[in-house]
Design a protein around this ligand. Sequence first.
Ligand code: NAD
Length: 518
Amino acid sequence: MKLAANPKVKNALKNNLEKFSRFHKRFIDEGLPIYIDGLKTFGEGKRRENLCPINNKPLSTWHTASLAQLHKAVDSSEKAFASWKLVSGKERQRILRAIADGIEARAEEIAILESMDTGQPIRFMSKAAQRGAENFRFFADKASEASGGKSMPTATHLNYSVREPIGPVVAITPWNTPFMLATWKIAPALAAGCTVLHKPSELSPLSSILLCEIMLEAGLPPGVCNLIHGEGQDIGSALVSHKAMHAVAFVGSSHTGKSIMRQAADSLKHLHFELGGKNPVIVFRDADMQRALDAVIFMIFSLNGERCTSSSRLLVEASIYEEFIEKVRQRIEHIVVGHPLDPATELGPLISVEHFNKVCSYFQKASDEKADTPIGGKAHALHKSEGGNYVEPTLFTHANQSMAIAREEIFGPVLTAIAFKDEAEALQVACDVEYGLTAYVWTCDMGRGLRMANGLRAGMVWLNSENKRHLPAPFGGMKQSGLGRDGGDYSFDFYMETKNICLAHNSHSIPQLGVKQD
Ligand code: NAD
């Protein structure tokens, strides 16, 4: 695999590392703060180290929140809800726009801290910070219309519906693109009039602190968004089962989603899940090969392949399989693996040793299952030299749907290629997994594209495109990939309850009971 050699690029890395040291210094000095009721404080629970994926050395030490702090945060979210839900849509819009401005002003700091915290290449993290601002700006402009409903008149009554914020919401987010995903949950909740208690992943907590600071500086009232850090098993779990919280907006693995569903059952909480995927990209013989190739490579090797919408299963029509796979292999050969703060880096280190071990376990599984590995399939040289969680971008070929490498979410830069003979088989293979998040279809035959789109069991299907975000469009998965949808008005379906109000014209007759009969 190529390493960045250009001296200009080396300088850029040096600059970024200097900036990182400057931005990060305060966390070394004081640990990672939490925010309860607008006040900065520090966790009183377990001590943890925040490890850097490039070498697994500690970036800083910090303490998780204690249970007493968790209860305090919940109380604060409950109290703040009483007043935040009454704030006008216009005022919420003003504050959310100010938050978007604040994010833009600190976008570089967010991107650099997040890159080192997660191992994600800076080229992608810069865009992720920008997307966080877009999320706030988009939902700011929807705040005024969020409570609107329908009118449903009859001859004798007027039924009309309104939407009300559901209450204090727990937002639990994962480590892969933490800033963007936190804003994707928090912005619509605040626009709807909910308060939020955010628990980011314990593996990449840094950027959540910046978001909290930005929100408070932008004038978000104390308690409207609280932040606590902690492990999923204790703090996450205690939040999910807390009776005072009305809903859980969760982004993470399907395994954790199931456990949250069990824990939330006693208080019958509303749940919104964005979970895992094993998404197919299906390439037919008549596709625009160059564009399909670009998209295939981008959708599995960007963001370290640690991306829920990654196209981790490549289904190729048998007649072009060998030729297409060879093109994929050649492109993988030139993927630049390196330091996440190096602008030339296309693939950085994976988040943790545990995740590195999980991804590497599939290299062995592929060989046990008798798939071929024409490229990759082992730890990258930087793993040995730097001690970081680097793996080689990997291609498995001649796989079939019975193999673990074709069924399980690996969540790394690993692509499993399967041949299919016709449309029917492509559809059958594509749907033969427990997940149903996204699917990508490449064909110039629009009729076939539409037939495939109709048949695919996935929450989102892209025809002749990689994943392109459009904020009003519904985002979410079927089967074990999720519950509910985000985006546009769909977000408000979760963060708001619908209430129907029925007014009588006083012209209908009311059945009379208990009237004395003469
Ligand atoms: P994870 O499920 O391990 O953790 C996610 C969050 O849940 C973390 O904050 C963690 O602390 C918390 N958590 C863990 N156990 C908990 C429990 N019992 N109760 C409450 N909270 C708990 O997921 P991860 O490893 O951080 O992220 C990777 C997964 O996220 C992948 O499966 C990926 O596909 C998925 N993901 C999905 C989307 C989407 O939009 N569908 C987006 C990003 C990531």
